[in-house]
Design a protein around this ligand. Structure first.
Ligand code: NAP
Length: 285
């Protein structure tokens, strides 16, 4: 598997498997299938409610731990009654226990809300103790990312953000590259919104290569150096989404895909006050 080198020298697979919205009861089987397909990067989160099932699949697999790259994410901590540092360390320990692991490869702040400075300080400590190989963030817009970098010791290794053909983030990717922050796509297919899988431009490119739209999208992301973590509960799609390295998009095809960018989220804007309130009101521990 092709890897990218993060800003602290850690190698991360460019293609992995995401488990958002996979019901807890199905997750162990689905992740077992994903590992058997060849996926080594697994992406979960406290808020997905399936860390334990991911852990069961890891424990049952005969793939050595050091060959896997496991990511989970810290939800927004309630820092009114205890410090965000303490709350983060407790949440980290609980995630590690549910996953049945003694270290994480990547730990992300899931949302840029609440006392994420305190959370980041705790994550820096856990990283220094060797309990996390790399620390990063998700859903950080440029101003918050730069502010976090300016006021802390460790620059996030990764920023996991919505990135797909309809919201391409090319300028932000370039900005992040200058800062030493690796872009990772969430929602590489935009969860199929706006008829992405039947988009005429992507379909024509897919037909030209004898590939599927999903494969073209993942090829396009990884050719751009964007880490992708597609989700599927179906084994044949897992295999399809994993088989993306045997073809190359032409300049003309890249230009056609660039024309699909709407420059806006297909989900919601993390800077929308109503969303800040809605996400902040959710608790997961
Ligand atoms: P996604 O990967 O863009 O899309 C998943 C959808 O596409 C599912 O409905 C899946 O259906 C379908 N699909 C998968 N492969 C397909 C194929 N080859 N052909 C046709 N349909 C296909 O959506 P996502 O799960 O939201 O994003 C991926 C991962 O990113 C998540 O699992 C999670 O790990 C991460 N994520 C992070 C955040 C964040 O805030 N940091 C937010 C969202 C997601 P089936 O399952 O039925 O195949």
């Amino acid at each position: 598997m092709q890897t990218v080198t993060l800003n602290n020298g850690v190698e991360m697979p460019i293609l992995g498997f995401g488990v958002f919205q996979i019901p807890d009861a199905d997750t162990e089987k689905v992740v077992t299938d994903a590992i058997a397909t060849g996926y080594r990067l697994l992406d979960t989160a406290v808020s997905y409610g399936n860390e334990e099932a991911v852990g069961h699949a890891i424990a049952a697999s005969d793939v050595p731990r050091e060959e896997l790259f496991v990511t989970t994410k810290l939800w927004i901590q309630d820092s009114r009654d205890s410090s965000a540092e303490d709350a983060t360390k407790r949440s980290f320990e609980a995630s590690l226990q549910r996953l049945g692991l003694d270290y994480l490869d990547l730990y992300l702040i899931h949302q840029p809300f609440g006392d994420y400075y305190g959370e980041w300080r705790a994550m820096q400590d856990l990283h220094r103790q060797g309990l996390i190989r790399a620390i990063g963030v998700a859903n950080f817009y440029p101003d918050r990312l730069v502010d976090l970098i300016e006021h802390n010791e460790i620059t996030p290794a990764v920023n996991q953000i919505e990135t797909h053909p309809l919201f391409q983030r090319a300028d932000y990717q370039a900005q992040m590259a200058e800062l030493g922050v690796q872009i990772q796509s969430w929602g590489p297919f935009a969860e199929g919104r706006n008829n992405l899988f039947t988009d005429p431009t992507l379909t024509a490119i897919a037909n030209a290569h004898g590939k599927s739209v999903a494969q073209v999208v993942l090829r396009w992301l990884t050719e751009r150096g964007v880490i992708a973590i597609p989700k599927s509960v179906r084994q044949e799609r897992m295999a399809e989404n994993f088989d993306i390295f045997g073809f190359t998009l032409t300049d003309e095809q890249l230009t056609a895909i660039a024309g699909l960018d709407t420059g806006a989220s297909l989900f919601f804007d993390h800077r929308d006050p109503a969303m800040v309130r809605a996400l902040s009101s959710r608790t997961y521990s």
